[in-house]
Design a protein around this ligand. Sequence first.
Ligand SMILES: Nc1ncnc2c1ncn2[C@@H]1O[C@H](COP(=O)(O)OP(=O)(O)O)[C@@H](O)[C@H]1O
Ligand SMILES: [Mg+2]
Length: 111
Amino acid sequence: MSNELILSKGKKVFKIGNEKIYALNNVSITIRNKTFYAIMGHSGAGKSTLIQILGLLDSLSEGELYLNGEKIQDLSENEKARIRMEQVGFVFQSFHLNPKLKAIENVMLPI
Ligand SMILES: Nc1ncnc2c1ncn2[C@@H]1O[C@H](COP(=O)(O)OP(=O)(O)O)[C@@H](O)[C@H]1O
Ligand SMILES: [Mg+2]
């Protein structure tokens, strides 16, 4: 159970008015250390939603998320921030730098 990120029966529902959109509907995946994964699917299949949940940037509607055997989806925002800083890295397609800060200040921001 070590060095694994596990999503079990993950669901993510967006409600727009009376309509429910299942961006993820019962998705289970095990991400192992030092392993490369490619998530492929058509536009709207749920790829971005999935990686935002795996990266602790968004929350699940249903299901469980485990990191190294510990259930992590109900942790506090501060505890999730610590995991994002120390264990689950995220490289955005666009860099999301703060334009008002210097380069070094952007790098220092998380610490
Ligand atoms: N914030 C949101 N509000 C409402 N619907 C969303 C939101 N984010 C994603 N969706 C919907 O969830 C589905 C999956 O989207 P997304 O994860 O962005 O797919 P992909 O990255 O594979 O193109 C799509 O139907 C999309 O319209
Ligand atoms: Mg996407």
